[in-house]
Design a protein around this ligand. Structure first.
Ligand code: NAD
Length: 253
């Protein structure tokens, strides 16, 4: 592997790394030799995936944190910096939704919670990662948006679509701010991936959804992780502020 495609030893923080797409990123990056901090609010799953990659010789750390909390996020990054002294890659994966409602039934507290879960969490983690990346003069930030943030789809939720579109605005704005420091900031917008959470949400309508996907199937979490990996490599050095759609051809600009 040449230097431009290697993330060996790169200190990587993956939020939501204990399940779904985040777990696939953790596994892939560990296999590439990255040093991986799994930051997740679920200690059982978080410890389990961390022990699994450590058994395969990865240098890894589990940090329990809810990334909607500024204080827990700050402490998570403090622990990562204490262990490795820097952060080179940040993959913001934590997010999601559970229910969709017509606008007149949309509760204000749910709106606030989903915006915090999907958008504020990205801001909080970027805020902690930027100073160490600036100090190093190098960084790769990949924010997980969604097809729901790229176009209107009824199967997802109103607040979720707004938050995921917000991530794209944050990504573009931050990419300009951090470009002079050797830091790239990009987004990945997955289509349908049957993580445990999404498999439950879509369990009754999967055949209908498959009909709307040219490849006639959901994506694998590892197929999303492949795109995230590329945007995390040194070789993606001139790509910043972009959104990579990974959706089996379901939607394209
Ligand atoms: N699965 C899909 O079809 C799909 C499609 C588009 C975008 N996405 C996005 O991809 C990301 C991952 O989704 P998924 O369905 O693969 O994963 P998932 O929902 O199955 O798992 C997410 C992980 O994040 C953790 N987590 C949730 N909230 C957290 C918080 N506040 N702090 C720390 N950890 C937290 C959970 O404990 C879990 O381990 C989300 O941002 C989601 O919006 C998913």
């Amino acid at each position: 592997m040449n230097e431009r495609s290697s993330i060996k030893d790169h200190v990587t923080v993956v939020t939501g790394g204990a399940a779904g797409i985040g777990e696939a990123v953790v596994s892939r990056f560990a296999a590439e030799g990255a040093r991986v901090a799994v930051v997740d609010k679920d200690p059982d799953k978080g410890n389990s995936i961390t022990e699994k990659i450590k058994a395969d010789d990865a240098d890894a750390l589990f940090v329990r944190a809810d990334v909607t909390s500024a204080s827990e996020t700050k402490e998570a990054f403090r622990l990562v910096l204490e262990r490795w002294g820097k952060v080179e890659i940040l993959v913001n994966c934590a997010g999601g939704f559970f229910e969709t409602h017509a606008i007149e039934d949309q509760k204000e507290e749910d709106w606030d919670a989903i915006l915090a879960w999907n958008l504020k969490s990205v801001f909080l983690c970027c805020r902690e990662a930027a100073p160490t990346m600036k100090k190093e003069g190098y960084g790769r930030i990949v924010n997980i948006s969604s097809q729901a943030g790229r176009t209107g789809i009824l199967e997802t939720a109103l607040h979720y679509g707004a938050a995921k579109a917000g991530i794209l605005g944050l990504t573009r704005r931050l990419s300009v701010e951090l470009a002079p420091h050797g830091i790239t900031v990009n987004a990945v917008a997955p289509g349908v991936v049957l993580s445990p959470r999404v498999a439950e949400i879509h369990k009754d309508r999967l055949p209908e959804i498959n009909k709307t996907i040219p490849m006639a199937r959901p994506g694998g979490a590892e197929e999303i992780a492949d795109g995230i990996w590329y945007l995390s490599t040194p070789g993606s050095s001139y790509i910043t502020g972009v959104t990579l759609d990974i959706n089996g051809g379901r939607w394209m600009t």
